[in-house]
Design a protein around this ligand. Structure first.
Ligand code: ATP
Length: 448
């Protein structure tokens, strides 16, 4: 199926209007590459992180979790190679001192037009800060550009405290910061973002097997959560693209409706770009930190296979994949007066709001019964309550944010103690007894 026209504009607008994502500090003009997640966005993001943790930590005996600090001893970044190697090449204009990527320069400085340009130099992407009251080089520290290093430096702590045996993994979800030169494409390239990373430690002889395994597990996670097969692919990075620590990397690429390298994607290969990456980091990091594995039979430096997920790019991919415009509206029972309607077909476990309670009237005694229905469900499901405007308008509001189920409380409900469940995708309506409602809905979610 072809994509809706101007889908990025529509997603950005939906995100703002309905409270998924706002530009950070917007009342002061925002700040490039920084975003705030609104009431619905924070639910979506939490669901992504929860579902990742469930599959990669909770449901496995060989993976444990970690939540480490964002600022560390700067030696971590010296040893890891990030201080010297985590950089992009930039050209500085000697007149206006603005910096550009080489690819941005055709004739002279793109800002002032003069041709007095310096040679390309490495520009480190790590954000600097100072620890303690003195702002000098001795107090310089960095905001982590990846969560992985904090996992490596805790390797021994975790191994010993959890009595782990190779192969095993340590997972972490948390913020990462990169002073990206050209942030853009909405949240695709941000300067502050979240990562969900898993460092899986293996015997060096088994690296290939585990690399393939984690590529497939990662790929399947996206398919299980509804990403369409035609929009995701595995793509090996070429030698020149590899990070300083990697022997091999396979990116899971998504077919974005923009070119991540600038310009707009209008078909062909242009939209394909990294969603997440799986790297074989070899023994690079553990060796760099002087760490190894020892047991009664063996001693070696394990290899590390790393599925490295961001949260922002998956969130954007889930939104794009789920966004559907229905020309002429969805209603088939009554005459439609809408040119188009939007339905966000998010996987039900990702949906920010699971259930909307919609009383047909604001007044008592319906309000009381609807309130009791809400109270009955609220501890198990993220619910909302909406008694404003016609029922059709309210269904559309919920469709647009991907709410899987609407529960309508009507005047008959007062007598028969039944309510109507409406399914977002099929629009089928089923009348069920209020007593059984929680079990029925639970069953539907468990069956996913
Ligand atoms: P790119 O080549 O697009 O700059 P990368 O190869 O530097 O990405 P990794 O270092 O592999 O990215 O980071 C792992 C994951 O973290 C990425 O696949 C992506 O999901 C996420 N990520 C990295 N940089 C950003 C960013 N600036 N904004 C949002 N997410 C990011």
């Amino acid at each position: 199926m072809s994509r809706t026209d101007n889908i990025m504009e529509k997603i950005v607008s939906l995100a703002k209007q309905r409270g998924f994502i706002f530009p950070s500090s917007e009342i002061y003009g925002g700040l490039g590459g920084f975003w705030d997640w609104g009431p619905l966005g924070v639910e979506l993001k939490n669901n992504i992180k929860k579902l990742w943790w469930k599959k990669f930590v909770q449901e496995r005996l060989d993976v444990v979790g970690l939540d480490s600090s964002i600022v560390t001893n700067p030696t971590v970044w010296e040893k890891s190679g990030h201080l010297s190697g985590f950089s992009d090449k930039l050209v500085e204009c000697k007149e206006c001192h603005h910096r550009f990527e080489e690819s941005q320069i055709e004739k002279g400085c793109p800002d002032c037009g003069k041709s007095n340009l310096d040679l390309a130099k490495d520009f480190n992407l790590m954000f600097k800060t100072f620890v303690g009251p003195v702002e000098d080089s001795a107090a310089t520290a960095y905001l982590r550009p990846e969560t992985a290093q904090n996992i490596f430096v805790n390797f021994e702590n975790v191994m010993q405290s959890s009595r782990a045996k190779i192969p095993f993994g340590i997972a972490q979800v948390g913020k990462a910061f990169r002073n990206e030169i050209t942030p853009g494409n909405f949240i695709y390239r941000s300067r502050e973002f979240e990562q969900m990373e898993l460092e899986y430690f293996v015997h060096p002889k088994e690296d290939k097997k585990w690399f393939d395994y984690w590529v497939n597990e990662s790929y399947n996670w996206f398919l299980e959560l509804g990403i369409k097969k035609e929009n995701i692919r595995k793509q090996a990075q070429k030698g020149g693209e590899l990070a300083h620590y990697a022997k091999a990397t396979i990116d899971l690429e998504y077919n974005w409706p923009f070119s991540a390298k600038g310009g707009s994607a209008s078909g062909g290969d242009k939209g394909w770009a990294e969603l997440i990456g799986i790297a074989n980091r070899t023994d690079y990091d553990l060796k760099a930190h002087g760490l190894s594995f020892k047991d009664e039979n063996d001693s070696y430096v394990p290899y590390v296979i790393e599925p490295s997920f961001g949260v922002e790019r998956p969130a954007l991919a889930f939104l794009l994949d789920a966004y559907e415009v229905v020309e002429g509206g969805r209603t088939t029972t009554t005459q439609s007066n809408k040119k188009e309607e939007v339905v966000l077909r998010l996987h039900k476990s990702l949906a920010p709001i699971k259930i909307a309670i919609l009383p047909l009237s604001k007044k008592e005694p319906l309000a009381k019964l609807a309130g009791e229905t809400y109270d009955m469900l609220k501890s198990d499901f993220m619910c909302t309550y909406d008694d404003v405007a016609s029922i059709g308008r309210r269904y559309r509001r919920q469709d647009e944010i991907g709410t899987p189920y609407c529960i309508t409380v009507d005047f008959d409900s007062l007598d028969d103690k039944k309510v109507t469940i409406r399914d977002r995708d099929t629009m089928e309506q089923e009348r069920v007894s209020i007593k059984e409602l929680r079990d029925i809905i639970s069953e539907r979610f468990n069956a996913l």
